[in-house]
Design a protein around this ligand. Structure first.
Ligand SMILES: Nc1ncnc2c1ncn2[C@@H]1O[C@H](COP(=O)(O)OP(=O)(O)OP(=O)(O)O)[C@@H](O)[C@H]1O
Ligand SMILES: [Mg+2]
Length: 316
């Protein structure tokens, strides 16, 4: 059974910069073995909340906890329990992969064989062992991301905060990242991972939270969020009839939930507001009314549509 004590907890967190409410009353929890996708457009407040969790910034009000320790009152204990992968990678010249990881292991007070083992474990996990002696400024973007993830894992923390780790990765690197993240969650780590692209994270997250202008607009599993918004969905429907498309157009005009109707040859395209049951009823009535329907297609909302619907696209 899953342990119910949250490993990451935001409690009515606020961070204001002058008049800008970068984080505005955000609360959520992430448990052991869970991957929480933090999704929002540019300027939504993702990095600001993550920096507070990583003890690099302080809240204006509210608090955040890592493994039960407050980022405000207990930052040292928080740091030991958390690995943070920022959305930038600072390149140090003249340093090799192994040396770089060793440096970070040292900064976590790992000594002797524990340090060597930590560096080996991380290089093996991230697949960087074959590049151990390569200078890091010559690594590809994907390899740098792995190194950055490895750096955040060096002290084997139970909590990971990853700020846009998939940004700029090619499809293969993204799949590999997803597998690494799922492995870490399988080991019991609690993982908070951000992106402004919902589909980029959908497959690796157990839960997603959608944030915009500092406010958390929706939290739930990908399916829940999709379903919740599809209750008020505007699905794109396309009906093909054998004949009588014009008559179908007249029949559809003014019906409840039908909007933006267009007739083109044998096709009727329209936007339908309502759930899937009301769409099934519409099809039934259409057939009962004598229309010879060849195809009835309703495009289920894609995650991007849901995202566009939940957020208003307001930049700040
Ligand atoms: N140090 C700062 N001083 C003033 N305003 C800031 C500061 N840091 C962030 N902000 C503002 O806070 C808001 C949230 O920014 P944040 O970087 O957290 O967004 P984000 O969701 O990470 O966006 P992105 O997807 O672009 O990374 C923005 O309006 C930003 O301009
Ligand atoms: Mg950011």
């Amino acid at each position: 059974m899953q342990e119910r004590r949250p490993m990451i907890q935001l409690c009515r967190l606020h961070r204001h910069f002058g008049a800008t409410r970068a984080v505005d009353d955000v609360s959520f929890e992430v448990y052991r073995g869970q991957v929480f996708g933090y999704i929002g457009p540019n300027g939504a407040g993702k990095t600001t909340s993550m920096r507070i969790l990583a003890t690099l910034d302080l809240p204006t009000a509210g608090d955040a906890f890592v493994d039960g320790f407050s980022v405000v009152d207990d930052p040292d204990r928080v740091r030991l329990r958390l690995g943070f992968m920022p959305d930038y990678f600072s390149v140090y010249p003249n340093i090799e992969v192994r040396e770089y990881l060793d440096f970070y292991a040292r900064s976590y007070q790992l000594r002797g064989t524990r340090r060597t083992e930590a560096v080996h474990r991380v290089m093996a996990f991230t697949g960087l062992d074959t590049l151990a002696d390569k200078p890091i400024d010559g690594l590809s973007k994907g390899m740098k991301q792995r190194l950055c993830l490895g750096r955040a894992l060096i002290h084997d923390p139970p909590v990971m905060i990853l700020d846009e780790p998939a940004a700029g990765l090619d499809p293969r690197a993204r799949i590999e990242l997803r597998e690494m993240i799922r492995t870490l969650a399988g080991e019991g780590k609690a993982i908070l991972i951000s992106s402004h692209i919902l589909t980029e994270l959908a497959e690796m997250c157990d839960i997603v939270g959608i944030i915009e202008q500092g406010r958390l607009l929706a939290v739930g599993s990908v399916d829940e969020i999709q379903q919740r918004s599809s209750q008020h969905a505007t699905n794109a429907v396309q009906v093909r009839v054998l004949d009588g498309a014009e008559a179908l157009g007249r029949w559809l005009t003014g019906r409840d939930g039908v909007d933006q109707l267009r007739i083109d040859g044998q096709l009727a395209d329209f936007i339908h507001g309502g759930d899937l049951a009301s769409e099934a009823d519409l099809l039934k009535e259409m057939i009962e009314a004598g229309f010879r329907v060849v195809a009835f297609g309703s495009r289920r909302q894609s995650l991007e549509d849901v995202f566009m619907q939940v957020t208003e696209g307001l930049l700040q």
